[in-house]
Structure formats: structure tokens, C-alpha cells
Write a protein that binds this ligand. Structure first.
Ligand code: DGL
Length: 269
């Protein structure tokens, strides 16, 4: 019998596509289910208590329904708050997405790094810990932005977004004392790689600087490939399935972007 169990990707919205993209490229025969918790979106402005109560319970329900071989929490906010609780609750491999501070510290020449995430992520002790372990000799500045999450969602719905808004978000990070030294910025929210081109353009305009943007997508894809090594994949995995926890009009506008990531089957929650 062919093993049809999918890999389940989970985020509050479309951000997890930035992790699904490199994973599909590495594992073209893997069946995928993508779940956007649109009923709970956005996560970044919620409290730790709300995220900790919501995410493990929801993933438990989703695991029962879809019988995934592995779950990817493709969300830094959910991972930095609830990864340990989800691993304790579920008896299957759980891959989290945490800020890529280690690879950023490995390439920063100026030894000054920016961490751009949601408000909830940038205040997590998990980020303090990553900073102490991997970037002890760097200046590490953080900035939380709910605006950038909205811009990424709007872009994927095909809406035009104003370049000045990306510049303002970036200024919240680079405009801090010492920010002029930053040469590497960690995109510590999975929505942000989806607008990396816009951020690069804003950085170039703000004083002609080249900033390296770093995210965990490719590394997570390699981790998933390693954890599923030797497993059987179907000859034809079929179209990927997308599930939104709240049905609304925005989903129709997202369909073309979802199809670009192989998610052309929309299923009700
Ligand atoms: N994509 C999510 C993250 O990586 C959070 C976006 C949100 O819902 O605020 O943190």
C-alpha cells in the first residue's frame, strides 16, 4: 500500500508558503496539506497565553483529521511560544520555525544583526536564548511589525502595496541606535520572505545599502527531508490541499498564489 500520509504545514495565514516552497522543491513527491488558521489570524498581536492555548489544541484536531507523517509549524510566533507543548502533546515529528539568528551571525561582517519578526516573537525568551548562544559577539536589534504581515497577505491577494510602507517598517529596525551598522536582517516571521524583494528595494533606497536577508526556509526543508529520509512517497502526490479555519472572501483572491505553491484544492475546515 502506498504511503499517502501528507506533510502538514501550519501557519496563521499565508506565511508558511515561504517554508512550503523550498520543501516542495526538495520533496516533489510529498503530499502536502496547508492549514492557515485564519480564524486566529494574526498571531503576532496575541498574548503568549492565547497562542499557547490555541495552537496545541488545533494541531491535535488537525493531526486526527489528516494523519500527517510530520507537522511543520511554519510560523515563528507559534513555534517560539508553543513548540515544546505541541511536541509533548503529539506523538509524531514536529518541525518548528525559529528565528535564523545562527546563520545570520555566521555571515554578518559588521557583527550587527537585525531581527524582524512579529511583536510576539521578538519579545520571546527563545530569541534571547538564540542570541546568547549564536550571536554573543554581535549587536542584535529587534523590531516587531504587524504591518509587514498585512503587507505580505495583501501582496499574495494580488493587491498593490505602497513601497513607503516597507521603508517605514525597515526604518523601525535600522533607525535604532547602532542600526546603521546592521548588514544582515533575520526575517523572523514566515510572512516576511514573501516580501523580501520589497524590503531589499526599500533598503537600497534608504542610503544605497545592501542588506542580506536571512530566513529559515531552506534549512527547514533540509530538516524535513532528513526526517523523512527512507520513507515511501506516492508516484503521484496529487494536488496540495489548502484549509482555512475561517472561510471569507479573501480566500478567493489568494487562490492564484496558492496554486503557485501547488495548493489548488481548497477544503472546508
Ligand atoms: N507567520 C507568522 C510568523 O511566522 C505570524 C504572522 C501573524 O499571524 O502575526 O510569526
Amino acid at each position: 500500500m502506498t504511503d499517502m500520509r501528507p506533510i502538514l504545514f501550519f501557519d496563521s495565514g499565508v506565511g508558511g508558503l515561504s517554508v512550503l516552497g523550498p520543501t516542495r522543491a526538495l520533496l516533489p513527491r510529498a503530499p502536502f496539506v496547508y492549514v492557515a488558521d485564519s480564524a486566529g489570524f494574526p498571531y503576532g498581536t496575541k498574548s503568549e497565553e492565547e497562542i499557547a492555548a490555541r495552537v496545541p489544541a488545533l494541531l491535535g484536531r488537525l493531526a486526527e483529521r489528516y494523519h500527517p507523517r510530520l507537522i511543520v509549524i511554519a510560523c515563528n510566533t507559534a513555534s517560539t511560544i508553543a513548540l515544546a507543548a505541541v511536541r509533548t502533546a503529539l506523538d509524531l515529528p514536529i518541525v518548528g520555525t525559529v528565528p535564523a539568528i545562527k546563520p545570520a551571525a555566521a555571515i554578518s561582517v559588521t557583527r550587527a544583526i537585525g531581527v524582524l519578526g512579529t511583536d510576539a516573537t521578538v519579545r520571546q525568551p527563545y530569541v534571547d536564548d538564540l542570541t546568547a548562544r549564536f550571536a554573543g559577539d554581535c549587536l542584535v536589534l529587534r523590531h516587531g511589525s504587524a504591518e509587514l504581515v498585512m503587507l505580505a497577505e495583501a501582496k499574495l491577494r494580488g493587491a498593490a502595496t505602497d513601497p513607503a510602507r516597507y521603508a517605514a517598517v525597515l526604518d523601525g529596525l535600522l533607525g535604532q541606535p547602532g542600526g546603521e551598522r546592521i548588514d544582515t536582517v533575520v526575517l523572523a516571521c514566515t510572512h516576511f520572505p514573501l516580501v523580501e524583494a520589497e524590503l531589499s528595494a526599500a533598503a537600497a533606497k534608504a542610503g544605497g545599502r545592501t542588506i542580506h536577508f536571512v530566513d529559515g526556509g531552506a534549512g527547514i526543508a533540509r530538516r524535513i527531508a532528513a526526517l523523512t529520509q527512507g520513507q515511501q512517497w506516492p508516484e503521484d502526490p496529487g494536488e496540495g490541499r489548502a484549509i482555512f479555519t475561517r472561510a471569507d472572501a479573501d480566500i478567493v483572491a489568494l487562490m492564484p498564489a496558492l496554486a503557485d505553491y501547488g495548493l489548488s484544492r481548497l477544503e472546508p475546515f
